[in-house]
Design a protein around this ligand. Structure first.
Ligand code: PHE
Length: 338
């Protein structure tokens, strides 16, 4: 019993409450009717008569110390309102630890510009079958993008691969058959490319798709002009150059005036004054038909842009690999931009 008492004594003396609940636990454990100390008093009856005096003193001392400790801790917490009542879980945290990745910042900005125009965000799988990534998008059988050199295949026959563009999400949304469609599809895409300052095997795209009756190239131009001005500022100029994509006809690429030199010419725009930022065009009727949409009634436009490219322009970053290396010296520069 003596050992038990001295064990308990040091336990009690070490006690430091963290909350009012914690103090109550202490009281219940040591001092309440069913607590440890009263039960020792019960055991006292079995103590040999010659030891009683000493044990009695020790036991009373233990009880007294426990009571003292209880009082001390109670006064410590007397002025403190219960923490639970103080926490308002709906408040934003005072300081965010860490920051957002520049790609996330730009993706969010682009999303919000298109959301203001009524576009909804759509998502699809990163592992895709041949139909959604290529066939429905009018890629000819022998198109080089289907080649092993460009695509990461997971299996051959059936062809399953990592999607090479978020255009696959277009197909998935069109298949659902709910018209009109006005979506943007942000996401990761994969291409079997050598990693360099300007290319990576993983990158991010945002694809847009609008399908309704009487959609024209003028609608596409106006939407993209709005986007460019919102994103780069009111001074920005845009221009369209004819291009080719299997899934659009007419196809174009859009350039914006170089935001570094304002169009005068610098090494970023290779002294042309323009930087290419996206591909776009009118959805090819073959694509509409492959997805079960009547191309005599409906038309639409699509566009797709690489988020890395736009982020590099916005923040004047000259090496794409920085986005994937998680070097804190790089990431910390964006910490303030929440
Ligand atoms: N999917 C194309 C690419 O990855 C971009 C694009 C999307 C072009 C939509 C036109 C229309 O390069």
């Amino acid at each position: 019993m003596k050992n038990r008492i001295s064990e308990l004594l040091s336990e009690i003396q070490r006690f430091e409450a963290e909350s009012k609940d914690h103090i109550e636990d202490f009281r219940l454990k040591y001092l309440s009717k069913k607590g440890v100390i009263p039960s020792l008093f019960n055991d006292f009856k079995q103590v040999l008569p010659e030891d009683r005096k000493e044990m009695g003193i020790l036991l009373n001392e233990l009880k007294q110390k426990a009571q003292e400790m209880l009082d001390i801790q109670q006064t410590r917490f007397a002025g403190v309102k219960e923490e639970k009542a103080q926490i308002d879980s709906s408040l934003p945290p005072k300081k965010m630890t860490g920051g957002r990745h520049p790609i996330s910042l730009v993706r969010r900005d682009i999303n919000s510009i298109f959301e203001r125009l009524g576009f909804k965000i759509a998502e699809g799988p990163e592992i895709e079958d041949d139909f959604h990534n290529f066939t429905a998008l009018n890629f000819p059988e022998e198109h080089p993008a289907r080649d092993m050199q460009d695509t990461f295949f997971i299996s051959k026959s059936p062809d399953v691969a990592l999607r090479t563009h978020t255009s696959s999400v277009q197909v998935r949304v069109m298949e659902q058959g709910k018209l009109p469609i006005r979506i943007i599809a942000p996401g990761r895409v994969f291409r079997n490319e050598a990693i360099s300052a300007r290319a990576h095997c993983i990158f991010h795209q945002i694809e847009g798709l609008y399908i309704d009756k009487d959609v024209s190239f003028a609608d596409l131009k106006q939407t993209l002009y709005f986007f460019a001005r919102e994103f780069f500022g009111p001074e920005i100029k845009i221009r369209f150059r004819p291009s080719y994509f299997p899934f659009t006809e007419t196809s174009a690429e859009m350039d914006v005036s170089c935001n570094i030199c304002g169009g005068k010419g610098c090494n970023i725009c290779k002294y042309s004054g323009w930087v290419e930022i996206l591909g776009c065009g009118m959805v090819d009727p073959n694509v509409l038909e492959a997805c079960g949409i009547d191309s005599n009634v409906y038309s639409g436009y699509a566009f797709g842009m690489g988020i890395e490219r736009i982020t590099m322009m916005k923040y004047q970053i000259n090496d794409l690999r920085l986005f994937f290396e998680n070097d804190l010296r790089f990431l910390k520069q964006f910490e303030q931009l929440v």
